[in-house]
Design a binder for this molecule. Structure first.
Ligand code: IVH
Length: 701
């Protein structure tokens, strides 16, 4: 799809669009669409982003602005049209053009050799080419493109009927909304594939959920299939799903044109789709003539399964030639021309011996299953989180149960289910405690929450967890501290709370086991360094409920001193991006508590940075809120992107062209048609760069 030359051109085009004046609106919109599609492809299909997030957002915003000004230029396949507002109804049931079959499984060399023999009998030849590709562990989907445009996306369902989830499929930026299929005479095509989630994206997503007090999703597969069926497309978009398409199940050609040459073998067909921008396994496909080579490759590939960005549970071996595939046919369950080679299972059974209840930083009580040690995928598992009481009740887990445990890749292990059929009556109910295991305070549970909590602010475990969080890498990043030392200092009585970190001294630490002169100096130095950390890290480190790293950044950006939050109410906080009433309430509660204010005062006295010199005023309350700007000509004083950022930081927005909606046109040297056009509009204020700077500084230009 993109040659090296295309890539160079599109990269330049992106940079140009970010900086410069552009030609006609039509041209600019076309160019913006092209580079955004290219950026999506680089990010999701190639896994090799070229633009920074803010550059991408800048281009996207430009396109949106342009389309607002010139609604006639909006097309169904514009990247902005992926974004849907509002909630979907329930998804209608639809039938697949061709039933979605499963695959037969093989587990070892012998199974594969048998399958190869059967293939050669069925195909009546020894000359078979096999195409081998990863078996992606996600949610199966089926896409239909009519006249080159994505017209339907459906879940697998029972294989015959699935759910029409087109609106959610459109949120997945790896999936093209349109492609040059008509150019090849393809009128309609049904393509099968998998919706997957990048392991890293999944991890970040669960981290965010944990910060919000929600239980993590069990594994990337569940995350992908669950996300496909949620009714809020905006949420689907946020989750950053990806897709791999690996099978053409049906197609019709325009006016009975000849089948395109590219469609003679599976390998060529997927390469061809890849060249049209579809996310196929093309880069990871291999063709072999001999089953022994296939087997060798399978073993070798299994060894590096954890290096792949997605969860892969095996390989799929397909007879490459389409005509041969047709001759071999299918059973009602699976094609005879394809087979899955399954990697070693990452599930095992074990016995649930006990459940421990751990107190977290926020007081949430987490049940943790203690199981008989079991080896899964190279590690021994003895503890498995059960997240909350609901999980225990939903799965009907009991002490003494034989349980199925899964550990997929780097994902934390979890209990899939108890094997109820193996119960002998000696199993015992898991009793959830009514009082905190650490301080014996009565536990509470809010109606909308899954967790039971200890709300005693002096609960010793919570205090320790608080300090551990404050010093952690993503918060104040105080090297050399670590959980074990925090616990040790706490137990010894030399560290009681977060501000106490700054009272540690060489005297207090001297003589402690494992603390020589050097490690004391290093630790105290790291403590000293942490005073200079930016405000967002401090806010994150305070451990306010529901405030993860991203929210902490948003909060830090909204003030020039953390103490400004003492007077903010829920409504004001809710004007900040991505902060809803739940988070806002939690923030207000936090800053309303005297003990938290006292802690902040102590941090201030210790010299910890509580200020944000680069406060970015948010759109809702910025001095330039609602004002629109456009820059034209060559700017001498600053880079265009910096100037645009100044406007946006103060709540203003950038338009793509001169129109009645424009408030300020800032002109540099050699300003051209935009200046001329603006002069004709009484509503536009024309500013020099100096005048613009005055405006930004809050003076009358
Ligand atoms: S081919 C008729 N290729 O695995 C063609 N399937 O366990 C059948 N899967 O239902 C599918 N990666 O959801 C094929 N590279 C791949 C695959 C793949 C994952 C899934 C698919 C299928 C299931 C069977």
């Amino acid at each position: 799809m993109y040659t090296g030359q295309d890539e160079k051109r599109l990269y330049e085009q992106a940079k140009h669009l970010l900086k410069q004046d552009n030609g006609s609106a039509e041209d600019t919109v076309a160019q913006l669409k092209e580079v955004i599609n290219y950026a999506d492809w680089k990010y999701y299909v190639q896994n090799d982003p070229t633009l920074s997030d803010s550059e991408y957002d800048g281009l996207f915003k430009q396109l949106k602005n342009m389309e607002e000004q010139y609604p006639e230029l909006v097309t169904a396949d514009s990247p902005t049209q992926r974004v849907a507002k509002g909630l979907s109804e329930r998804f209608p049931t639809v039938s697949h053009l061709v039933p979605m079959l499963s695959l037969d499984n093989t587990y070892n060399a012998e199974d594969l050799t048998d399958w190869d023999r059967r293939c050669r009998e069925l195909a009546e030849t020894d000359d078979i080419e096999y195409c081998v590709e990863p078996k992606y562990d996600g949610a199966g989907i089926s896409l239909i493109y009519d006249d080159g445009a994505l017209s339907r996306g459906a879940t697998r369902g029972d294989g015959v009927m699935g759910e029409d989830v087109t609106i959610n499929i459109r949120q997945i930026r790896a999936i093209p909304l349109s492609a040059a299929l008509l150019k090849y005479g393809v009128k309609q095509i049904e393509i099968r594939g998998e919706i997957v989630i990048h392991k890293k994206v999944f991890e970040a997503f669960n981290k965010q959920r944990a910060a919000e007090g929600l239980s993590p999703l069990a594994n990337p597969r569940n995350a992908a299939s669950g996300t496909l069926r949620i009714l809020d497309p905006a949420e689907v978009r946020k989750r950053g799903l990806n897709s791999i398409l690996y099978h053409i199940s049906a197609f019709t050609l325009v006016d009975s044109m000849a089948r395109p040459n590219e469609l003679a073998t599976h390998y060529d067909a997927l390469k061809w789709l890849y060249s049209l921008g579809f996310p196929t396994p093309a880069p990871d496909m291999k063709v072999f003539k001999r089953i022994d080579d296939v087997i060798k490759y399978c073993h070798e590939f299994e060894g590096r399964r954890d290096d792949l960005p997605f969860e892969v549970d095996g390989l799929v071996i397909k007879v490459n030639d389409f005509a041969m595939q047709e001759r071999m046919g299918s059973t009602s369950h699976h094609p005879r021309w394809a087979v899955a080679y399954k990697f070693k299972a990452r599930q095992a059974t074990s016995k649930l011996v006990d459940v421990e209840f751990q107190v977290g930083r926020t007081g949430a009580i987490t049940p943790v299953a203690k199981i008989e040690p079991v080896h899964i995928g190279g590690v021994t598992v003895t503890s498995v989180s059960l997240f909350n009481e609901d999980v225990i009740r939903e799965k009907d887990l009991r002490i003494g149960d034989t349980v199925l445990v899964e550990r997929a890749g780097d994902v934390i292990p979890y209990i899939v289910k108890p094997l109820a059929e193996l119960r002998d009556g000696s199993e015992r109910e898991i009793k959830f405690p009514t009082h905190c295991p650490a301080c014996d305070s009565k536990l509470e549970r809010q109606p909308e929450e899954a967790a039971w909590r200890c709300i005693n602010i002096n609960c010793p475990v919570q205090l320790v967890e608080h300090i551990i969080h404050y010093v952690s890498k993503d918060a104040l990043d105080i090297r050399g501290f670590g959980a074990a030392n925090v616990q040790k200092f706490y137990d010894l009585g030399i560290l009681k709370d977060v501000p106490g970190i700054y009272d540690l001294s060489a005297d207090k630490l001297k003589g402690l086991e494992g603390f020589g002169e050097k490690s004391i100096t290093n630790l105290l130095q790291a403590v000293e360094q942490s005073k200079k950390q930016p405000l967002n890290r401090v806010i994150f480190g305070l451990g306010i409920r529901f405030v993860g790293e991203t929210t902490a950044k948003t909060l830090a950006n909204a003030v020039s001193d953390i103490r400004e939050f003492y007077t903010w109410d829920v409504d004001r906080l809710s004007t900040l991006e991505d902060i809803g009433p739940k988070v806002a309430t939690s923030v207000v509660d936090f800053f309303a508590r005297e003990e938290n204010k006292a802690m902040i005062t102590k941090l201030d006295q210790a010299g910890v940075n509580l200020r944000n010199e680069h406060k970015g005023i948010t759109a809702a309350d910025g001095e330039l809120a609602g004002k629109t700007f456009l820059f034209t000509g060559t700017l001498g004083h600053f880079k265009r992107s910096d100037a645009e950022k100044m406007v946006e930081d103060k709540g203003g927005s950038i338009l793509g062209g001169v129109s009645a909606k424009l408030n300020y046109l800032v002109v540099g040297e050699d300003a051209g048609s935009k200046l001329e056009k603006a002069k004709k509009l009484a509503t536009v204020n024309i500013l020099t760069e100096q005048e613009f700077l005055k405006l930004i500084e809050g003076q009358q230009p």
